[in-house]
Design a protein around this ligand. Structure first.
Ligand code: HEM
Length: 402
């Protein structure tokens, strides 16, 4: 411990090291070192207080193309998409891009969808839960967000498998598990995905109906605030944001909860515990492990300086297990005090647009599993989550009748 506090510079860790045991590495360093450096030059901020502060501090701004450039992507469809998305933009540009989507994803609008999400989760279980087990990730967790976002936007149900297969390729760029060799495949999928979104918009412009995309196109055309390609990229952003993240979170919460029979029994007896159970799973093993920012001036933290222009990775994964914020952070507790807004969804202007939707999907997915007539158990393989930042990966998980 003394060793770290005497170190003048933060240790530099590789992607591979960080991916191999992220929670342990964060816990080893967090008390004595406010951040680590990653091999690509990014600074990983570890402490709850710092992550909360710098997500919306005027000394930082959202990254735009810096992450992609640092990883060698300087042109092509991935750059075209992300540089025109609301996620990777700032100030007025960001507000223009986000505004046309906000009403659609409000808490009130989403709450009205709850019964449909519940029915969908129940139907998926009736259809796929067999004696030899349910493929929880592909047959359940992937279907709920994909079918729901398609229904919200007005995308035909028959397109769901097509766009989700593309989205999983595109969203890999927001994970920590790709190499240069993967880029051509990810670029190709992004190009097809963007053409797909362009076609959706073109069709509704030609023959509008009463769905979200028709209203969005009419609004965007009337207001004239977005360029045609920006309009496409915001549609692509919500499809992307709403598909992979919630899939991972449903697998994670099911794996964590079925892995603790006492907690599962408490939930079966009292459905009011669903809300804290979902929050606690998001805290212990978040589906999104970090939030990126750029330092717009030198930032001093605990005597160490992060130079202006550096990329910050605000590690929500580490912050959510910081004992200064969450006592006994590795213990699963339904009773702990929590902030009103879950830090896993970020904060400030970029706070997750789909938070209300994600909550409903997570709560109703859990509710449907608890309502299942049969007792459930995990198959031979236990929960496997990988990645130390960005969107994390989950392996398939088999759930069987006990
Ligand atoms: C458990 C599930 C989810 C988690 C943990 C999550 C997490 C996050 C986080 C941390 C951010 C902020 C990133 C930043 O500040 O740089 C974000 C932004 C965003 N999320 Fe989510 N998200 C989830 C589900 C969803 C869903 C279901 C949607 C569907 C609409 C969605 C759409 C978006 C969009 C469009 C943004 C960009 C907002 C902006 O830049 O203004 N997310 N999400």
């Amino acid at each position: 411990m003394t060793y770290y506090s005497m170190m003048p510079t933060p240790p530099v860790l590789t992607y591979a090291e960080l991916n191999s045991r992220p929670h342990q590495i964060f816990a080893e360093y967090r008390a004595n070192m406010p951040f680590l450096k990653r091999e690509d030059g990014a600074y990983l901020l570890l402490r709850g207080e710092d992550v909360q502060r710098f997500v919306k501090d005027p000394r930082t701004k959202q990254i735009e193309t810096e992450y992609l450039s640092a990883r060698g992507i300087t042109s092509g469809p991935i750059l075209e998409f992300l540089s025109k998305s609301m996620l990777f933009s700032n100030g007025d540009v960001h507000r223009r891009r986000r505004q046309p989507m906000t009403k659609c994803f409000s808490f009130r609008m989403m709450e009205a969808l709850r019964p449909k999400v519940r029915a969908l989760a129940g139907n998926l279980l009736s259809k796929h839960l067999r004696e030899d087990g349910l493929k929880l990730r592909d047959e359940f967790a992937a279907q709920i967000p994909a079918i729901t976002i398609a229904a919200i936007l007005g995308i035909p149900a028959s397109d769901v498998q097509h766009f989700t297969a593309l989205v999983y390729q595109v969203s890999r760029v927001l994970t920590t598990s790709w190499t240069d060799q993967d880029v051509p495949e990810m670029e190709a999928a992004t190009a097809i995905f963007i053409s797909y979104c362009e076609e959706l918009i073109a069709e509704r412009r030609k023959s509008p109906n009463d769905d979200f995309i028709s209203e969005y196109v009419a609004n965007v055309d009337r207001e004239g605030e977005l360029s045609p390609s920006e309009a496409v990229m915001q549609l692509a952003s919500v499809i992307l944001g709403g598909t992979d993240t919630t899939r991972a979170a449903i697998v994670i919460q099911t794996g964590l909860l079925l892995g603790q029979s006492d907690i599962w029994l408490r939930l079966k007896e009292d459905r009011r515990l669903i809300v804290p159970a979902v929050a606690e799973c998001l805290r212990l093993e978040p589906a999104v492990g970090s939030i990126p920012r750029l330092a717009v001036e030198d930032i001093e933290i605990a005597g160490h300086v992060i130079p202006r222009g550096s990329m910050l990775i605000l590690s929500t994964m580490s912050a959510l297990r910081d004992p200064c914020v969450f006592p006994e952070p590795d213990v699963f507790s339904l009773e702990r005090n929590r902030p009103r807004w879950h830090p896993v969804y970020g904060d400030g202007e970029h706070r997750c647009l789909g938070q209300a939707l994600a909550q409903i999907e997570l709560e109703e997915a859990l509710g449907a599993l608890l309502d299942c007539m049969q007792e459930l158990r995990l198959g031979d393989a236990s929960l496997r989550v990988s990645g130390h930042a960005g969107i994390r990966n989950v392996d398939e998980l088999i759930v069987s009748p006990a």
